[in-house]
Design a protein around this ligand. Sequence first.
Ligand code: AHM
Ligand code: MG
Length: 345
Amino acid sequence: MMTIPPNRTPQTDPFTLSAWVLSQQHLTAPNAKGRLTVLLNAITVGCKFVASAVRKAGLAGNDVLGMAGSSNVQGEDQKKLDLVANEVFKNVLARTGQCAVLVTEEEEEPIFIRPEQRGEYCVVFDPLDGSSNIDCGVSIGTIFGIYKVAPGSEGSLADVLRPGRDMVAAGYCMYGSMTYLMLSTGRGVSGFTLDPSLGEFVATHRDLVMPPRGSIYSINEGNAAMWDAATSAYVAEKKRPPGGGKPYSLRYVGSMVADVHRTLLYGGVFLYPADAKNTKGKLRLLYEGYPMAYLIEQAGGRAIDERCERLLLREPEDIHDRAPVYLGSCEDVDDIERHYKEQGL
Ligand code: AHM
Ligand code: MG
């Protein structure tokens, strides 16, 4: 009988996302019943669907670009593709039978799953982040975080109104030049790339570790006149380093998923501070800040708020709460903290 020698090259060992999740569960919870695996699989189906919709958007028969003529809970105009993605994720998640509560950026109230379909996980998500980039074909993404309900809970507001450190998994999918899905179940971060010929996410970034320092800062400089003193001083220092060192480069896509993805891979920092107009910043804590902070920390980086406290420990006041976000390579985020301390925090 012919035996197949172990060969771990990606060409002959397509390590799929489902296989990776099962292997992680085997390590962390050997008695697990595979429920989180089912849930994560459903999320990958949603991501593949949205990736396909994004690829075809604007072509004949796919009239999903442009405005839907409605606005979401934050009063922001909704794009058609936002709404398509929202429906897709709600449907695939509810059908798993593993969810108790869903929170989506697109809907004001949490969605409580009816008893026949109810499970023990809560998913908070931004179905299509980076709205301003949808119609021009620049990278956009889906962000998600997963909590487990409290023991005995049938799914309540309290199950989702919790700090991000309680999440059992978090990730994002970026619809860019390739479709990437970066995921953590609390034991590091791994990245997967959608192989269009297989229709599967295949492991391409195993156990990702961020550089301790980068050379890129990422912020909307158009808001500079409204920044606080610490943010202004930090950015000024990166442009003109003391002692004549090499300045940092500025990169800003305007899609959090793309800006964080680059930060995870190359290092550096991504900031969305509070400013004189947006006193809590712009980014939503539950389904933007926490999942990204979770991934960054799991990859060895650091994520803080304007008090220089761990973002993952911040208590949400509301499911659509916003928070200032500073995340990236540890030493770069330490620099930001130093400026806040110098300004008297
Ligand atoms: P959205 O959820 O409406 O897309 O808004 C969130 C996005 C983030 O992806 C991005 O980091 C940020 O808004 C960009 O904001 P700005 O255009 O103010 O720089
Ligand atoms: Mg968003």
